[in-house]
Design a protein around this ligand. Sequence first.
Ligand code: F6P
Length: 496
Amino acid sequence: MTSKTAQRLLIVSNRLPLRVVKEREGTWRLERGSGGLVTALAPVLRNRGGAWIGWPGVPAEKSSGNLSELMDKAGKDLGYRIVPVALSRREQRLFYEGFSNEVIWPLFHEFPSLAQFKPSYWDAYRSVNRKYAEIIASHSQSDHFIWIHDYQLMLVAQSLRDLGVQSHLAFFLHIPFPPLDVFLKLPWRLEVLRALLQYDLLGVQTARDRRNVIECFRALMPDVTWRGRGRVVVGQVNGRAVRVGDFPIAIDYRSFARRANAKEVLAVRDMIRAKLPDRKIILGVDRLDYTKGIPHRLEAYREALRRHPDLHGRTTLVQVVVPSRTGVPQYRRLRARIERLVGTINGEFTRPGWVPIHYIFRSLSPEELLGYYRAADIALITPLKDGMNLIAKEYCTTNVDNDGVLILSEFAGAASQLQNGAILVNPFHITEVADAIYFACTMPISERKRRMKKLRQVIRKQDIFWWVDSFLRSAFSKHLSEFPQLEEYMPLTSTS
Ligand code: F6P
């Protein structure tokens, strides 16, 4: 391994990979994060040494007591340092809820009319990005590989360069990058693009996102020249090279497939099935978000029930909605809209012994979630726009009997990898989704197995370890022609 590939890592994300839970005033407890990103990066961080920098999720005003002690201890247990970034209530409101989630989130998901382009939000975004950069700079050394994550932190590279940091800087955008005509609406579009050019590697989820980024650069920064074809292209900016590539994020396939057969999971599955005997269980699982298309989906199910009375009493839609970003007004309004619609549809169709929609508004424990995946005959995943959508991948992975069906929005990033086994739908087309539901409910077992095997094969091959490896590989390749086979590259993570 060359010295370059042995660089230590600094991972930076808006939130730390830990959940802070309040026990009582001034006393906190930490729960370990279990997402794919932590699973994949933890072994790399432990092997190379490094730190994870991010916001603990509680306002600075409240974070006294034993919190910093707990973070130090968590770092020792995890084998890498945990560095908290304290954000005040005001910063949380203007930077996190404001610019991140009322400007970038709606705009990048192509809901420009929802974006609130307030200058105070932009000021807070700039100053919080600067704050992250100062903390990173104080923990970084020249041999660090600094990997920054997501839309909350797009300007960090610019501030780091201003602070004189010369390290290799990489960025991964977990959400979509919008097309040019949408991006142009951003009043601070040039500042954002200029800052993104300060990264050495810019990763996005899909080829479409990559094309969008390049189109925006070409239109707004004509001095940058681009070359290369395929997954990674290179821009030349004042003698520096910036790579832009697509790297579809993934899950820990083996772990999900193994946990699908855990005793607790099977108990939940059996309990759900016993309560809903002889039904096709259709499952939707989403964070509460207008990008997820939940009202459209409920309307599509209503349309399927109207068109196909043979589905009455024989299907149940279980819709799980996980509370999220409750400080943002649009999210509160959406909840009310969903709940009204569930009530209206259940009011129209319920009869003794059958309620068509089971609605759950809370987080599920991992065992419950896997139990629902195992019980479901069909996953109905119809976001209006989604960076990737890992629920689609998790559902297929835990479908170890290969007999489930995935109905997937063509506007989920996952569609680019899963198009050969899923039923792809346009989530805005209510009757098309209704027909897809009927098609899925009546699909013969041989076709279900054929499709599901294909899906699981892709998800197994392109798992989270593959994702980290291919990202780091393209960061360290000397020439584009070396991608994806590089002499100096050695797998940095392991699935064993
Ligand atoms: O998909 C983008 C993302 O920021 C994820 O990283 C995160 O899990 C999710 O949205 C929820 O975000 P928040 O941190 O705002 O709760």
